[in-house]
Structures are given as structure tokens and as C-alpha cells.
Design a protein around this ligand. Structure first.
Ligand code: ADP
Ligand code: MG
Length: 856
């Protein structure tokens, strides 16, 4: 047995091995130690290996899912080795034979389908990343619903795409910078990948699915190979691949997502995030789609307006909205039920969910189809909700009202669906009745009133009498045969009982087999409609998202944004949805603020005291851009926005200590990325950048960054700073204007008004904030004296920024530096023309074209 175990363990490389023994999965050796401590279960020992006892622990089969969930969450992968024959089959091969076992599946975080192991409100992405030339291919699959997306990106966009997906598991063909991934080689090549895809989806060409470049194909190949490796025979569910262009949605890198707390708060929880503050969906599929929408705001005005039209239609009519949401609430998660059925891990309840879900979908269709002034998106979705009548009818006839999750006990096929099954059940029922009748007869016959017929797994049906009555049944001619003597009772069999028990048993076994055959047919019938059912699930999710956004908008008095071709950003009465919620919870009011950026006034420098509301103001505007382009109303009384192609948010290092890296370095790396990537259509918020280092360094960096953003990137930008000196830039940069958050000292107490007003803050109120924070009076007095001295010095010398006005402007200064190397020229300079093969020459041309395209 140990030899078999070790062979399987070797095959399961890098996974814990769950080794099936009877009703348990056992773990041995180091696996046992790891699992015992992770699961907090007893570590025991068994037998010996190389003179040492073998550490062992086990989990019962019936509770295995819960233990699996904990192991997966703790970052492990688990290979499941099942018995592939029964012990009696093994015995036939020889009395000492070990039951054959094989790894039937490797459970990994990215390939789960079990309801118990998944969060119903989050997608569960497995991502494969390939590298072909200068492009990264990304293949993403959520096998719980079959969603499968392919794209390819330039290196600079890899981080934002992976951040968007927030994968449960990443495999890659080579190490990725700063991203944890499992390295694999198998399958990552575009030629074999294309073949694999064609075979998998039974098509002669992939053209019908979209255009995929070699990087995207290679990633798809790596993904499929990995799925084959972990899923073994039961290949997971994949719908045909969708070609995704990263340029379809707003680019938001991981640092920005973190700092804006889009889907997770800084504490790593869902609550406190934008997603949680917005989410009013009532289905798991709706919640998953909303998360995807907020993670990838659109760039296409037509599509954004289409989503907004649907939200508006539902927002305007609360009675209609309520009834739609009530209906949605009753929906089972048909997308995931379908995923389980398609991967061979489904059961009767999944079919029941399809029946109920598709039935509800039709009713919802009828409800929506009579709505007046239907928006075009709704008209597009409605046809997906119907056309499932035949399948629903079949499932309604075939299944009991609430079928069990597991098929093992039977009882899920409805009466009247199959006459043969009914008569088997009848026979079983008659047998059981006959057995009940036998009990009365045996009592009479023996005169033992307490005689009982019982059933257990070992003896089956048997007769039981208390020990003191047993003698009467023991005699050879009593017609009873002794089976078992226990402390208080003795058990017997009898020919009539045996016969009836056989009848019950046979009928039961045949009925189970008949039900299993029906389950298979019904599953097949459902899977013939796989794409149609998946489309219905998608349409329901889209309606739920729109209804949820409408509910949120109505709740918060949000406004429908409008869009503009220019680079404007006009928000009136803007609020931060998360801060507003938490203030409301504590009984305070949020002060709404306006923002008005335009090409002519594209950079706002926001100053003012700590705690004055600068960070909140910056973020609320970034969030408004995300919400608007995701197709949501926004927390403002009016918003008119030019589309944002890339969104950046950076927070000065000391605000961000929790991230535990060399924070100033991180701050600079992230700031550099903005300067390299922000375009005139981008929106950037910079919050106290430069604060992570000494005053002089920090001011110098902040100063230069503001100049570069203003002159070079020319994007819309909100820049919060405590460097009062930066306000001098307003005189020199014509697209920059000054704003401050208002505060007032009243009876020597500092009062924050949280109002954003024009002009620079008159003073920094640092000492007032310190007082508010409870610094002891002697320390405050001392600080006041020092400040007076410093200010005296500043008056005399002009302060730390003295003389900066004489520096040449950024644009002029930048030209003095060595001219930026031209990437095309650089690529050409590397080429040794004589040594090129024709093929390499062609590839070179492609590469040059790519560089040119990126230079735009
Ligand atoms: P700063 O960045 O200027 O230090 P923050 O934006 O972090 O200030 O805000 C500090 C606190 O002030 C917030 O936690 C919030 O409670 C409150 N606050 C900020 N903006 C507003 C507002 N517009 N209305 C009401 N309270 C606000
Ligand atoms: Mg702040």
C-alpha cells in the first residue's frame, strides 16, 4: 500500500494527497503534518516506513468539502486519489492485492465548482499568462460559470489587467515581475493551442469567436493544458473564448485599485469598498457582474449610455423596480448550476435549479416585455429569457419539487414520469408493507409481543427479541435462524422475511439505477442548450445589475452622468459614497463639493489642513469617473464628464504604511508609471506625493511632478499637497488652479468645514490640528514658539522654495536633458542586418510596427 501511496504522491507533485481509504481521505508523512496543523485535527501514526512510524491524519468523506475549503483557502492544492475498484474486485486479482487507486482530480483555488467552496458573489478566475515577443497573452477562465476570455497586452498594461481579474490562481510560462504565479511549460505555444481550442469547441476555425493573436493563443494553450492536468477526466466547463481588447475599458493599475478601494477596502475586506457601497444586487450572478463592471469601466459611449438607459428606466419607476427585484431574488444561480452539470459534477438539485431559474426567467420576461418605453438594451436581453419551455417542461415532469444535491439515495425522479420506475417503487413499497405485516404475524406465532423487525446496514432486515425471549426462537424447528447475540437482544432471520427483504432490496437497486439513467438523460438534454442557458444567466445578471444600480441611485439621490468629447470633468454636489455612508451611520452629514476640470484648467492643486477633507475630495471624483463609465448613476447632483482612458491614484507614502514595502520607493515607482502612461484623456489623483521623504526632497519631487503632469502628460489631475510652497506654481502654469479645503478657528477651536473653495489655504493649521489631537499644552506652547522663529526666518529668506521662481519652466528644462531616445531608432540600432534570416527580417518589421503603434 505504501508503494502505491508513494507513486501517487510523486504524481501529485506539489499538492497534498487525499488518499481514499473506505470512508476517509487519509494523509500521510509531511502532508499529514501540514494538514493536521492547518485543519486543527489529530495527528496519529500508522505502520512503519524505513524504520520510522508514519505520521497520518484523516478527514471523513462526508465532511471532506469543508476541510478542502480550509486547505484551499490556506493556499494549498489537494490531489484526490479515489478507489477505482471495489475491495471485492481487488480480491479477485489476488488475496493480497491493494485496491487500485488513481488521482481523479487536483483541487486548486482557480478550478473550483463546488458551491460550498466558492463565494457566490465573486467570480473565481484561473489565469494563464504567456509571453510571445513583446506581448503578454492572458487567458482567464471562471470554470464555475464557463466564462473564458482571451486578450493580449503590452508589458505596461499587464499589471492592470491582472489586477482587474484578481485571479484565484495564476499559471505562467515564465516568472512575472511582482506577481505570484505557478510556473508551467506545458501547452504554452500558439500553434498547438489553436489546435486544442478548435478541438475543444469542435470548430474548423476560431474566426467565429474573434481574432486572437499568438500571445493570446499561447495563453489559452497553457490554460487548457493546466485544466487537463488538474481536472483529469472530468474536464471543466468552458464556453467559447471571448476576444477581449484591453483598450475596451479604462486602464486601472493595481496601485490605483488598492488606493481607491474599488473592490476591497484597505483592510482587505469587501465592506468599506466602493463595490460594497454600490452593490444592491439580489443574485450572486448580478453581484459578480457588478464587480466585473466596476473593475472594467467602459470607454465606448454608446455602450455606457445603453447601460445607463436601462438603469434610468428602472430608477424612474420604483414600483416596477421593486417587482423586478423581487422576482430576481427568487432566482437560483443557474450559471453555476450549469457549470457543475457541464463539468460532470452536477446533481439533481442543479437540474432543479435550471428548471426553476429558467421558469422564473420566462416570468420575468413577461413582466418586462409589457413595460412601456423599453430601452434598447432591454430589448436585446429579453429574447435570451425565453425559449426554454421544452426543457423546463421536461424537468418539471421528471423531477420532484426539491431534488436533493446528491443522487446517491435516489428519490429525485417524480412519480408518473416513468411507469417502470413507478412499478419498481410500488414493488419496494409492497415489500416494505409485507415486512410490516410479517412483524404482526411473527408476534402472534411466537407469542412475543415485543418482537420487532429492524433494519441495519450490516444485517439488512432482521427479527429482534429481548434476550430473555430468545430461547423460544433458538430451537431448530422454530423456523428462525440465529444471526447475532448482543447484550440485551438476540437477532434472527426467517425465510419469509428473507424473501421480502430480497424483493425490497432488488426493487430499490433497480429503481436507483433507473433514476441514475434518467439523471444522465436529463443532464444531457440540459447540456444541449448550454449556450442558450448561459445566455439567459448572463441576461438575468445584467438586469439585476441595472436594477441594483437603479435602487442605489434612488436611495442616494444620485444623478445620471452625461458625457462630453472633450477632457472636461464637471461635477456638482459630488460625494464619496463610502465616506458618506459611514458618516451617516454616525449621524453626521457629508458636505458635497464641486469639481470643474477642463482643458484650460486641468490641474487642481488642493491645499488645506490635515483632516480637512482633501483625500476624500480627490477620491470621490475618481470614483465618480469609475461609476459613470461602468454605467452607473453617480453620487452627485450633476456630472458632465469627458471619457477617462486611464485612471491613476497615488497616495503619499506615509499615508500608506500598512503596505509594508519600502514605501517611498514604491511611491516613486508608482509615480513614475503615471508620468510614463497618463495621456491627455487620463485622470490622475495625486495625494501628498513626496511626503515620504525629507521636506526638501519631497517638495522638489512634488514640484517637478506637478510640472511634468501639467506640461507633458496634460491629463486632468487633482493634486493634494501639504507643501504650501507649491501654490507658487499657479503663477507659472496656466492650466493649474488653486483650491483649498476650508477650516476655521472658532473660539480657538479648529472647525473643519469640508468645503472645497477657490484659492490657496491661508495657513496650514498644523498646530491647531495637533491641539485637536490632544498634544499636551506645554508641548503646544513650545511648538508655537518654534513656529514663530521659523516664520521669522522665512520672512527674511523667502522660505524653502525661495529662488524656485527663477528656474526655467519644466518644458524648457526637460529639453536640456538628453533627448529622449527614440525607441524605433534604438530597435534599429540593435539590428545586424547581414545576419538576419528572411523570417527574422519579417519578425523585425512586425516588431517595428508594434513599437510604432505603441508610440501612437
Ligand atoms: P485630509 O486628506 O485633508 O487629511 P481626509 O479626506 O482624510 O482629510 O478627511 C478626514 C475626515 O474628514 C474623513 O475621515 C471624514 O470623516 C471627514 N470628511 C472628509 N470630507 C468630508 C466631507 N466632504 N464632508 C464631511 N466630512 C468629511
Ligand atoms: Mg489626506
Amino acid at each position: 500500500m505504501i508503494a502505491q501511496y508513494l507513486a501517487l504522491k510523486a504524481e501529485s507533485e506539489g499538492s497534498l494527497l487525499f488518499y481514499r481509504m473506505g470512508d476517509f481521505f487519509e494523509l500521510f508523512f509531511d502532508d499529514a503534518k501540514t494538514a493536521a496543523s492547518c485543519l486543527d485535527i489529530a495527528l496519529t501514526a500508522r505502520g512503519e516506513h524505513e524504520g520510522e512510524p508514519i505520521p497520518m491524519c484523516g478527514v471523513p468523506i462526508h465532511a471532506a468539502e469543508a476541510y478542502l475549503a480550509r486547505l484551499i483557502r490556506a493556499g494549498h492544492r489537494v490531489a484526490i486519489a479515489e478507489q477505482t475498484e471495489s475491495p471485492s474486485e481487488a480480491k479477485k486479482r489476488g488475496s493480497k492485492s491493494v485496491v487500485n487507486r488513481a488521482i481523479v482530480r487536483v483541487v486548486t483555488a482557480g478550478t473550483l465548482t463546488e458551491e460550498a467552496l466558492l463565494d457566490s458573489r465573486s467570480a473565481n478566475w484561473l489565469v494563464a499568462v504567456s509571453k510571445v515577443g513583446e506581448r503578454f497573452g492572458i487567458a482567464a477562465a471562471d470554470v464555475s460559470t464557463g466564462r473564458f476570455e482571451l486578450s493580449s497586452v503590452a508589458p505596461a498594461a499587464l499589471d492592470s489587467e491582472l489586477a482587474r481579474l484578481a485571479a484565484a490562481e495564476i499559471v505562467a510560462c515564465e516568472p512575472l515581475d511582482g506577481i505570484a504565479a505557478d510556473l508551467r511549460k506545458a501547452g504554452f505555444d500558439s500553434v498547438s493551442a489553436e489546435k486544442r481550442l478548435r478541438e475543444r469547441f469542435a470548430v474548423a476555425t476560431l474566426d467565429g469567436f474573434g481574432r486572437f493573436d499568438r500571445a493570446a493563443l499561447a495563453a489559452a494553450g497553457g490554460l487548457l493544458a493546466y485544466l487537463e492536468e488538474v481536472a483529469r477526466e472530468s474536464l471543466p466547463f468552458l464556453r467559447p473564448p471571448l476576444a477581449l481588447a484591453p483598450s475596451d475599458h479604462m486602464m486601472i493599475d493595481s496601485a490605483t485599485r488598492e488606493s481607491l478601494e474599488l473592490s476591497l477596502s484597505s483592510a482587505g475586506t469587501r465592506s468599506g469598498s466602493l463595490l460594497a457601497a454600490v452593490d444592491r444586487t439580489v443574485t450572486g450572478a448580478g453581484a459578480r457582474l457588478l464587480a466585473a463592471d466596476l473593475g472594467a469601466p467602459l470607454l465606448d459611449r454608446v455602450r455606457i449610455e445603453a447601460r445607463l438607459d436601462l438603469v434610468a428606466a428602472l430608477e424612474g419607476d420604483s414600483g416596477f423596480r421593486d417587482s423586478v427585484r423581487r422576482q430576481l431574488k427568487a432566482l437560483p444561480d443557474i450559471g453555476r448550476a450549469l457549470g457543475r452539470l457541464a463539468s460532470g459534477r452536477g446533481g439533481p438539485r442543479d437540474l432543479g435549479q435550471l428548471r426553476d431559474g429558467l421558469n422564473e426567467a420566462r416570468r420575468l420576461h413577461d413582466r418586462l416585455a409589457i413595460a412601456p418605453d423599453r430601452p434598447p438594451l432591454l430589448d436585446e436581453l429579453l429574447p435570451c429569457l425565453i425559449g426554454h419551455g421544452e426543457l423546463v417542461d421536461l424537468l418539471e415532469r421528471a423531477l420532484v419539487p426539491s431534488p436533493p444535491i446528491d443522487s446517491a439515495q435516489g428519490g429525485y425522479i417524480a412519480e408518473g414520469y416513468d411507469a417502470a420506475l413507478d412499478s419498481l417503487r410500488l414493488a419496494g413499497g409492497e415489500g416494505r408493507r409485507a415486512i410490516a405485516a410479517l412483524e404482526a404475524r411473527y408476534r402472534q406465532q411466537t407469542g412475543i409481543a415485543v418482537l420487532k423487525i429492524r433494519h441495519n446496514a450490516v444485517l439488512g432486515y432482521h427479527i429482534e427479541v429481548p434476550a430473555k425471549h430468545a430461547d423460544r426462537l433458538m430451537s431448530a424447528d422454530s423456523g428462525f435462524t440465529h444471526r447475532q447475540t448482543l447484550a440485551g437482544v438476540v437477532r434472527f432471520n426467517a425465510p419469509d422475511l428473507h424473501e421480502q427483504a430480497l424483493r425490497v432490496g432488488q426493487a430499490g437497486a433497480h429503481a436507483l439505477a433507473a433514476e441514475a439513467a434518467h439523471l444522465e438523460e436529463l443532464t444531457e438534454a440540459a447540456l444541449e442548450q448550454v449556450e442558450k442557458i448561459a445566455a439567459a444567466a448572463d441576461a438575468l445578471a445584467r438586469i439585476d445589475v441595472a436594477a441594483g444600480l437603479a435602487e442605489r441611485a434612488a436611495e442616494g439621490g444620485w444623478a445620471r452622468p452625461s458625457f462630453d468629447d472633450g477632457a472636461c470633468f464637471e461635477v456638482e454636489g459630488g460625494r464619496h459614497p463610502v465616506v458618506e455612508d459611514s458618516l451617516r451611520a454616525s449621524g453626521s452629514r457629508f458636505v458635497a463639493n464641486d469639481c470643474a476640470l477642463s482643458e484650460a484648467e486641468r490641474l487642481w492643486l488642493v491645499t488645506g489642513p490635515n483632516m480637512g477633507g482633501k483625500s476624500t475630495f480627490l477620491r470621490q471624483n475618481a470614483l465618480i469617473a469609475v461609476l459613470a463609465q461602468a454605467g452607473s448613476f453617480v453620487p452627485a447632483s450633476r456630472a458632465r464628464l469627458g471619457l477617462v482612458d486611464r485612471l491613476f491614484s497615488r497616495v503619499g507614502a506615509s499615508d500608506n504604511l500598512a503596505r509594508g514595502r519600502s514605501t517611498f520607493m514604491v511611491e516613486m515607482v508608482e509615480t513614475a508609471a503615471i508620468l510614463a502612461q497618463a495621456t491627455p484623456s487620463s485622470f490622475v489623483i495625486l495625494d501628498e506625493v513626496g511626503r515620504g521623504t525629507s521636506t526638501y526632497d519631497g517638495l522638489a519631487i512634488a514640484w517637478a511632478v506637478v510640472e511634468a503632469i501639467h506640461d507633458r502628460n496634460r491629463c486632468r489631475c487633482l493634486f493634494a499637497t501639504h507643501y504650501h510652497e507649491l501654490t507658487r506654481l499657479a503663477e507659472r502654469l496656466d492650466g493649474l488652479s488653486l483650491h483649498h479645503v476650508r477650516a476655521r478657528e472658532w473660539k480657538s477651536e479648529l472647525v473643519f468645514l469640508h468645503e472645497v473653495a477657490k484659492g490657496a489655504a491661508d495657513r496650514s493649521y498644523g498646530l491647531a490640528v495637533a491641539k485637536l489631537a490632544g498634544l499636551p499644552p506645554p508641548v503646544l506652547a513650545r511648538a508655537r514658539a518654534i513656529l514663530a522663529k521659523l516664520e521669522e526666518g522665512r520672512a527674511a529668506t523667502g522660505g524653502i522654495a525661495a529662488g524656485l521662481d527663477d528656474l526655467p519652466l519644466f518644458a524648457a528644462a526637460a529639453q536640456q536633458e538628453e533627448a529622449e531616445p527614440d525607441p524605433l531608432a534604438a530597435a534599429l540600432a540593435e539590428v545586424d542586418a547581414d545576419s538576419l534570416t528572411p523570417r527574422e527580417a519579417l519578425e523585425l518589421v512586425y516588431r517595428l510596427k508594434r513599437i510604432e503603434a505603441e508610440l501612437g
